[in-house]
Design a protein around this ligand. Structure first.
Ligand SMILES: Cc1ncc(COP(=O)(O)O)c(C=O)c1O
Length: 457
């Protein structure tokens, strides 16, 4: 259950909403100086609205928090790779790259967008548990900076491709450290049963490193671990750093090779609802750098270069989704209470996270202010699935009417990027606003786009 009742339902708090989102004197929501009614008229709904400055400031804070200048224990600049799976578009990546971030890609598609946005290939890290042969070839041709290997087959495949091109691929070995972090909970287990990485407990991580080191066309750079998502404290990262430092110690003993880079992945949490309390990145960085330093020096090793891959924490809070209310239905619950189903013009095609993960969101009526009593509501979409829910439980004013605009906050990460055309709907536009200037980062699809791949349409 969302805790949005705890908030004044008209409140646009920067804890959840973008930095430059505020109600104007008429009660209409504005993002970076433009009101949502004008935006709806120009770009239609559903519409993703990005507060560019918010995302830029988040990127800046990551770079600064982990910089060499901020930490005396660091000898090399920390690499921050933006995890572009969260949201990828040329117009957005350009903003992020300008702040000095590299880009984490997981497919050739994401790689092409990063290159088009002007990311130096040396600042790109290529992930994925099943990179295709041709994807690896393309990435080698483009001289991608780092490959994160995820299976023995891939080590052999990458080595073969590098050899055929007379090149050397820089490699991180992805380690499954036996930690699953999610929100405040994390589980440290001995055995791992999931598709990513090489198991530390089973000895696969040690073996993978051995194989990478022995390949002439692979350059072993270091270790990678990604422990989960929506992480609100450093405990899981601490255990991962501890286990990876021990592995680095064994690598040194066995091969006389010190790791150059330790990449602890992404997963830093954001506030979707009022009770979500993410750590300030400055605080998180201060602790993490010290944790890695202590663990590496305890194992007699030099401090490696650090790398992180935040996705959600850069773009998630900077974007909102704007919907138009279509139909409203009141349903009597067994408890005697009533729930109002508010159907909007999007749904699981632009936000699958509620159906997929039971995600919670904060929402508000944004085309006007209402001081009417609230009603228990569920925001649903227009798709032919009863699980097509955008916000499961929330409170909206009881004078809500068709044509009203509502917005859902913190939809920048894994919403547009996971969107679909289910029921043959047109995927929404993404607009970016900076100081009152709006531009289309992704334009709204047309029926021509939608039917382009059906030769009989
Ligand atoms: C390897 C890796 N790095 C980074 C990320 C980004 O995670 P987040 O967006 O939660 O920061 C993911 C997300 O799945 C991932 O798998």
């Amino acid at each position: 259950m969302s805790d949005s009742k705890a908030l004044d339902i008209n409140e646009i708090s920067t804890h959840i909403w973008p930095k430059n989102a505020t109600r104007n004197s008429e009660g209409i929501l504005e993002v970076a100086g433009l009101d949502v009614i004008e935006l709806e008229q120009k770009f239609e709904t559903p519409l993703f609205i990005l507060d560019e400055e918010d995302a830029i400031l988040r990127a800046k804070r990551y770079v600064k928090s982990f910089s060499k200048e901020t930490h005396k224990n660091l000898t090399k600049p920390t690499k921050i790779y933006y995890a572009s799976k969260a949201f990828s578009a040329v117009g957005f990546l350009k903003l992020i790259i300008k702040e000095g971030l590299g880009v984490d890609v997981a497919t050739e598609g994401e790689l092409r967008v990063a290159l088009k946005a002007g990311c130096k290939s040396s600042d790109i890290i290529f992930h994925g548990n099943n990179k295709a042969f041709n994807e690896l070839e393309f990435a080698m041709d483009e001289n991608v900076g780092l490959f994160v290997v995820d299976s023995y087959l891939e080590i052999a495949r990458l080595s073969q491709i590098a050899k055929s091109k007379n090149k050397k691929a820089n490699v991180l070995v992805r380690v499954t450290a036996g930690i699953e972090a999610h929100t405040h909970e994390f589980v440290a287990t001995a055995h791992e049963d999931q598709k990513f990485g090489f198991s530390l407990a089973a000895g696969d991580a040690d073996e993978a490193v051995r194989r990478v080191i022995k390949e002439e066309n692979l350059n072993f750079v270091g270790l990678h671990s990604h422990i989960g998502s929506q992480i609100f404290d450093n405990k899981g990262f601490e255990i991962a750093a501890q286990r990876l430092a021990q592995l680095a110690g064994r690598i040194y003993q066995d091969h006389k090779v010190e790791i150059e880079m330790l990449n602890l992945g992404g997963g830093m949490g954001i506030a979707y609802i009022n009770s979500d309390k993410p750590l300030e990145i400055e605080h998180m960085a201060k602790e993490l750098v010290q944790i890695v330093f202590n663990n590496f020096s305890n194992n007699g090793l030099k401090m490696p270069q650090l790398a992180f891959e935040p996705g959600r924490a850069i773009v998630g809070p900077a974007m909102i989704t704007l919907y138009k209310v279509g139909t409203i239905k009141e349903i009597a619950l067994e408890s005697g209470e009533k729930r109002t189903y508010v159907a909007v013009d999007g749904g699981m095609s632009d936000n699958i996270r509620t159906a997929l993960y039971g995600a919670n969101y904060t929402t508000a009526l944004v085309s006007r202010l209402s001081i009417k009593p609230t009603m228990l509501s569920r925001i649903v979409g227009k798709h032919c699935e009863s699980g097509d829910i955008v916000v499961k439980d929330c409170y909206l004013p009881n004078d809500l009417a068709p044509g009203d605009l509502i917005a859902v906050a913190a939809t920048g990460a894994y919403n547009r990027s996971m969107s679909s055309q289910y029921n043959l709907v047109l995927r929404p536009a993404v607009v970016g606003i900076y100081k009152g200037e709006v531009k289309e980062i992704i334009r709204r699809e047309t029926f021509k786009d939608l039917f382009a791949t059906d030769p009989l349409m």
